[in-house]
Design a protein around this ligand. Structure first.
Ligand code: ATP
Ligand code: MG
Length: 654
């Protein structure tokens, strides 16, 4: 990466753990790290033994035939037992597992004892429909408590779930159902979103028209707006599930039994069905949830704002928190309903202590303005987290100051659908933070930055982020496509997992994620990362969010094209364009100056909120847009294309 940028991201302040936080933190020093470094396998085996209940102990910790890993061979356990039953057995049945709030304002508190009954009934319902160990069950629901209940019911009987985000279209749902050959679908009549009904069952009906593997569809009543039910195939949840017994013994599963398939968010390409198994996955999500979020299950109220349709929801709404016996908030709707302070109202109402959200949300809140969080009492918060994209230093500082009131550490957690659990993150009681850096690999995780030759680049240096050691929650493959597994992740560098992301280490060894290497721009022979130019733009007080891409340029090879969303109260002008270009030149260097800047109200994002730079590149290069099915709102990119062509965006050459 270019040296000129070195200054920008590193000159920022360093934030040591606040003393009052560090005093009681689970991890306060480097002893855990030292133990893991000495013997990573023994470290993970220790976590597995300490954090989980096993029906049968494993014979071997790890079998590693690159790129195929098996963890805890011969061991058996049940995920639902570990997430629910054992807490009830330990006398914690009255502890609240989920504090659920519907978008219209209705609420439910579900204790671990109630969760045990509900999961058991749902599991019996699946058994009654003939679902067996090894079958796949698709789940297409809004964020209602029955969504985690359905996931746990599958885990209880050894069926693998495939959760499909409730914002996907019938085509996307059908594609995922057919790819996994799901035997059953669990859905809702509808979901509440921004005050309106999303007709999930209608969409599911359309998907099921051409999904021959599905014999049964269970429908939860949520919006009660009237749906059609196909006799023989469709069953109301309240008829089928509620009639079942609440006794359903959790069956021991092999540690390598398939727990779920989850399709990646499709930011770069056609989604892949990522496979995760039982023992290793649960070990690492339980361990990382405990250490990264410094959880105190008896007193914390934790809230992860993701949807269960993404891996973040799987690992840090369902499995990690429940394995630790934590109390979590689940919110059904959007952050701007009925007003833009809804998230902060929820923090205030439930006394949320730990909040985990995404940079895209944080930048949206910045755009809306400080008045919304300032209306509410956020003093319960003691720790903040971020996941999904690089968080720009400016957004980090805003999150820290406006939401955390300058008191809370922030854990910037890097991981992927494929990694299953957090891989790179601060430990908030031990790691001094640098805004915008995910800091270091967690204990037991091997991550490095390598150059084109696969050799570590050293400190400081930039290149490709790789994982150089197997980890318990690693993907076990791509469903139905072993070749794609090898080609996508293991072919670039011999013996290394290549994550697709660029990264650099600064002089202190801190890791900075630089976005996807496919997005890196090559301007006059210099590599320039999208993340750094975007950070420089967002650093300007007028800018809420920015996306940059490289476009073909006759003189420089590639030129930087920027798409910018302004913070509320700012107006687009030619002067502002000049100011922003100069700002980037000042922070990074003239080489990184955007050639063109287009102001826009929206950016093309996946349904999980990530910017799809590939599409912006297509717009700037006037190419066909290709596959846009994973876009949240396909009209956004069409609008940008019209404006881009109308503006004749070319900028001036200097
Ligand atoms: P696809 O793989 O289909 O293109 P995707 O990569 O967006 O989709 P996910 O598995 O949801 O699907 O996202 C993982 C990616 O998100 C990472 O590879 C990285 O690019 C980005 N990411 C996640 N967390 C962070 C973080 N803390 N900092 C920087 N980037 C992050
Ligand atoms: Mg990916």
């Amino acid at each position: 990466m270019s040296d000129a940028i070195e200054g920008l991201l590193e000159e920022g302040r360093t934030f040591p753990p606040p003393p009052e936080f560090a005093a009681t933190a689970r991890v306060r020093d480097s002893s855990l790290q030292a133990a893991a470094d000495a013997d990573p396998e023994a470290f993970w085996a220790g976590q597995a033994a300490e954090l989980l209940d096993w029906d049968r102990p494993w014979d071997r910790v790890l079998d590693w035939q690159p790129p195929d890993a098996q963890w805890f061979l011969g061991g058996t356990l049940n995920v639902a037992h570990n997430c629910v039953d054992r807490h009830v057995a330990a006398g914690l049945g009255d502890r609240v597992a989920f504090l659920w709030e519907g978008e219209p304002g209705d609420e439910r508190a579900i204790t671990y004892a109630e969760l045990q009954d509900e999961v058991s009934r749902a599991a019996n319902a699946l058994l009654a429909l003939g679902i067996e160990r090894g079958d796949r069950v698709a789940i297409y629901m809004g964020m209602v408590p029955e969504l985690p209940i359905a996931m746990l019911a599958c885990a209880r009987i050894g069926a693998a779930h495939s959760v499909v985000f409730g914002g996907f279209t019938a085509d996307s749902l059908r594609g995922r159902i057919n790819d996994a050959e799901a035997k059953a679908l669990i859905t809702c009549d509808g979901a509440w979103r921004r005050g309106a009904v999303v007709p999930l069952k209608d969409i599911a009906d359309e998907a099921l028209q051409d999904a021959p593997s599905v014999h049964h569809c269970i429908v939860l009543r949520r919006t009660d707006h009237g749906v059609s039910m196909t006799p023989g195939r469709d069953h109301w949840w309240h008829d089928l599930v509620e009639a079942q017994s609440e006794h359903c013994p959790p069956e021991p599963m092999d540690a390598e039994q398939l727990l779920f398939i989850l399709y990646t968010s499709g930011t770069t390409a056609k989604p892949k069905g990522i496979m995760h198994t039982t023992g290793g996955y649960l070990t690492q999500v339980a361990s990382t949830f405990r250490n990264v979020f410094d959880i105190r299950p008896e007193s914390d109220v934790y809230w992860c704002t993701a949807d269960c349709g993404w891996v973040t929801g799987h690992s840090y709404i369902v499995y990690g928190p429940l394995a630790n016996g934590a109390t979590s908030v689940i919110y059904e709707g959007t952050p701007d309903h009925p007003d833009k302070d809804r998230f902060w109202a929820i923090v205030e109402k439930y006394g949320v202590t730990i909040l985990y959200t995404a940079p895209t949300a944080i930048r949206t809140f910045m755009k809306w303005g400080d008045e919304y969080p300032q209306r509410r009492d956020l003093s319960s918060l003691r720790l903040l987290g971020s996941v999904g994209e690089p968080i720009n230093p400016e957004a980090w500082i805003w999150y820290h100051d406006v939401i955390g009131h300058g008191r809370t550490p922030i854990v910037d957690t890097w991981w992927q659908t494929e990694t299953g659990a957090i891989m790179i993150s601060p430990l908030p009681g031990a790691t001094p933070l640098k805004p915008g850096s995910a800091t270091f690999p967690l204990p037991g995780v091997g991550a490095d930055v390598v150059g084109d030759d696969g050799e570590p680049v050293g400190v400081p240096g930039g290149g490709y982020l790789v994982l150089n050691r197997p980890w318990p929650s690693m993907l076990r493959g791509v469903w139905g496509d072993p070749q794609r597994f090898r080609d996508t992740y293991w072919s670039r560098f011999e013996g290394l997992y290549f994550a697709g992301d660029g990264a650099k280490r600064d002089a202190d060894g801190y890791l900075w994620l630089l976005g996807r290497v496919d997005d890196v721009m090559l301007v006059s022979g210099h590599n320039i990362s999208t993340a750094e130019v975007e950070s420089a733009l967002v650093d300007h007080h007028a800018v809420a969010e920015a996306a940059v891409v490289g476009t073909t340029d006759a003189t420089t090879g590639q030129a930087v094209s920027a798409f910018v969303i302004l913070r509320s109260g700012n107006v687009a002008s030619d002067d502002l364009v000049r100011e922003l270009r100069d700002h980037v030149a000042k922070l990074i260097g003239p080489i990184a100056k955007p050639k063109s800047i287009l102001f826009t109200d929206d950016l093309p994002k996946t349904r999980s909120g990530k910017i799809m730079r590939r599409l912006l590149r297509n717009v700037a290069e006037d190419e066909s847009l290709g596959d846009t099915t994973t876009l949240a709102d396909p009209s956004v990119v069409a609008g940008i294309r019209d404006r881009y062509l109308a503006s004749n965006a070319g900028g001036d050459d200097e």
